[in-house]
Design a protein around this ligand. Sequence first.
Ligand SMILES: NC(=O)c1ccc[n+]([C@@H]2O[C@H](COP(=O)([O-])OP(=O)(O)OC[C@H]3O[C@@H](n4cnc5c(N)ncnc54)[C@H](O)[C@@H]3O)[C@@H](O)[C@H]2O)c1
Ligand SMILES: [Zn+2]
Length: 377
Amino acid sequence: MTALVRNDPTIVNVALGTRSYDIVIGRALLASLGARIAALRPGAKAVIVTDDNVARYHLEPAEAALRQAGVASSRIIVSPGEASKSYRVFEEVCEAVIASRVERGDLAIALGGGVIGDLTGFVAAVVRRGLDYVQVPTTLLADVDSSVGGKTAIDSAHGKNLIGAFHQPILVLADTALLDTLPEREFRAGYAELVKYGLLGDADFFAWLEKNWREVFAGGPAREHAIAESCRAKAAIVARDERETGERALLNLGHTFGHALEAACGFSDRLLHGEAIGAGMALAFEFSARRQGLLPMAEAQRAIRHLADVGLPTRLQDIPGPLPSVDQLMDLIAQDKKVKRGMLTFILVRGIGSAFIEAGVDAREVRVFLSEKLAER
Ligand SMILES: NC(=O)c1ccc[n+]([C@@H]2O[C@H](COP(=O)([O-])OP(=O)(O)OC[C@H]3O[C@@H](n4cnc5c(N)ncnc54)[C@H](O)[C@@H]3O)[C@@H](O)[C@H]2O)c1
Ligand SMILES: [Zn+2]
């Protein structure tokens, strides 16, 4: 009985009318990729976009799965890392997709983490005015966040993700076994986005993670459950607010502080995105408790303790190397966020599992808070 349940993939539907699609989650699902694509788009060809790291482990099995189902495919391999979300690589991939004689009705497959997903999704949004694409996430961050919801983008010299489109995939195939080759540090960074769903809207899920996070890291059914819960949470929010006119902004919990820290570290290996979000969520909880009086400090500390337990940075002193002054951090926050008459929009919390959007946060409060935090370093 348990064995049967374990082998059956979990399916989460993203309900967006004619643009609805399934997220299929389970262990060792990659072998079913071709059959699932052939069922969705009979006769379609596929072009796989991936990076060198992912290609080393997972490209051949993906190609074999397509071949078995009679899906013809070609491959485009780019360099790993954020630098591939550039105009130059975007152009190369567009040209390579066109050269592979992909027609409308054929599809692209993003086999990789968030970088590959964002890049491939944007290529698919524009080549021949729109190709279908499938997400095969290979990082935890991509499983629970970037592969779901249809935001695609590359980076501008003015900032990350500034050139992009909303373009939903037709399928997300989240094979949790692909994460077995992911470096632990990358897994932990992705965990920050996973626990975010508990912290922002689901206290029971957070309590479950407090008990079971070690099993999530180890793999097996707990990992699948955690990924499925996260996808359900994101799918529900995206279905209600696809274009982020309101509620979807809750997914930015921890991201105002987090983005400023990420930028302060030059978007380098010093601080991965998920690590910045770990620290950012810890700061958002403490700010909500201590400066806004929205929840008891003990409850904020419970959230922060869990982030620290899994090994994410939660204090500015956990970030290696120098950090800029409070003025520079405030400038980074102002660049990222609209400041209207000295007021910032922030995702604040009334407790674990109850985040809300607050458009009237006094920038002076944030500055005092950050000065204190910098002084603790
Ligand atoms: N579209 C969205 O809604 C959304 C949401 C969150 C983040 N993002 C974007 O996602 C990107 C970050 O994604 P990421 O953290 O997945 O980074 P990533 O794609 O750069 O992957 C991290 C590293 O892990 C390697 N890797 C990936 N899968 C592997 C595997 N299975 N085994 C071994 N190595 C593997 C990659 O080559 C890379 O070096 C950012 O560009 C961010 O802007 C987008
Ligand atoms: Zn994020």
